[in-house]
Design a protein around this ligand. Sequence first.
Ligand code: SAH
Length: 483
Amino acid sequence: MKKNEIVKVKIEDIGTAGEGIGKAEGMTLFIKDALPGDVVTAVVMKLKKTYGYARLLEVITPSPHRVIPKCSQSRRCGGCQIQALAYEEQLRFKQNKVRNHLVRIGGFAEEEVRRWMEPVVGMDNPYHYRNKAQFPIGSDKEGNPVAGFFAGRTHTIIPIEKCYLGVSCNEEILDILLSFMRENGITPYDEASGNGLVRHVLIRYGFTTKEIMVCIVINGNFIPRQDILVERLSAVPGMTSISININTRRTNVILGDTVRTIWGSDYITDYIGDVKYQISPHSFYQVNPVQTVKLYQTALEYAGLTGDETVWDLYCGIGTISLFLARKARMVYGVEIVPQAIEDARNNARINGIKNAKFFVGKAEEVLPDFYEKRVSELYAAEPDRTATEEDTDLESREPDMLHPDVVVVDPPRKGCEESLLATLIKMSPDRIVYVSCDSATLARDLKYLCEGGYEVRKVRAVDQFCHTTHTECVVGIQRKHI
Ligand code: SAH
């Protein structure tokens, strides 16, 4: 096989970035926009020893699962990867991906994995599910301000104001912002030169409360004629918070450190189940609220709480799972690396009147082993600005429960858990571990370790949080073997 050669390929699988995978002349080829079941022609672009990359030329026989994507820009835009695959088939792909990882990486027997796996939980309507959108602002060839999305792996803005994953108020808000910019000569930011004012607009929508937040990210300190913009934006039904975020650095990071509210409240409120959360522009919050409830309900179900349990929630973010579980547990202890998230978690506990949740800042793989070896007093020493309170003394009396909790929930980022953390979990020997995972490859690796340490998998349920993308979220119920 040579570069620029045209090959005919039957696509068998989907790669991590959504590309089709097939074989030709003994080589594995990755072909963007080709789907499993397609027979395509493609031109070879880049070759390695056993695999290569090719560009799709023509779909000769389309996959029976091919559909016409709702979004006309789905091939160019970096947001969705598999919109052209029928939704049922997307779900099947995700279920298979989890199963294959458990078999290949986890080393579990296929029949066993099939027994654990419950049906994947999809959405009834897999569109307009995102409660957060971040549109880059730039200019078209004539210099007019445009908003849109970055083309896959680039920083070229595709001007689309209608995204099928986002909520409908996004379009209205973009329309107001762009006309305001045009009428008042407000310049879009230009990445190449570092000049221009408006960089991004961040929009968040509370699905339950219907509250809207708009945060305009600017390369400067203020927006000229801001009052006109505020007047128009505040007239959008549901508008609750309008702010500017100052980001004057030449960076790809969207938000700068400073946020100034220019109208309304500093935050919007939303609910997951019956737990209330205050969300500010910097807060982390799950983007698909409809599926998040199903994900957390699964975690709750697998945790098997009766009201009397001690639970650790590791990688707790703003305490979403912790607070969801606290209603059904005696005590929940959350651990999270980002201090601001822990501040949000404590605040969220307070506004919900939840008193049986405590939060610690630090790396899960340090806090838990340190605690296990050195006990509670050391845990507080990690937070020097705190002085011991009566509550803390109370906490010390709970030490035995904390050392041997009933349930530990982990929800790590894609790289999974550090081995030192898993080793400590095995020593703490909770009866149940609930593993919430956004990467089934590292999940499989970690399950192997836990199962070698005296645990067994009971159930696995994938929940589709990110429809039309290749991201796959799942929950695993793990039980300590009773010897
Ligand atoms: N459970 C939360 C957040 C999950 S996302 C929810 O459902 O909303 C994973 C979280 O792990 C992020 O908040 C991230 O900041 C945090 N994190 C990343 N590495 C960590 C580590 N080593 N120790 C503790 N938390 C970590």
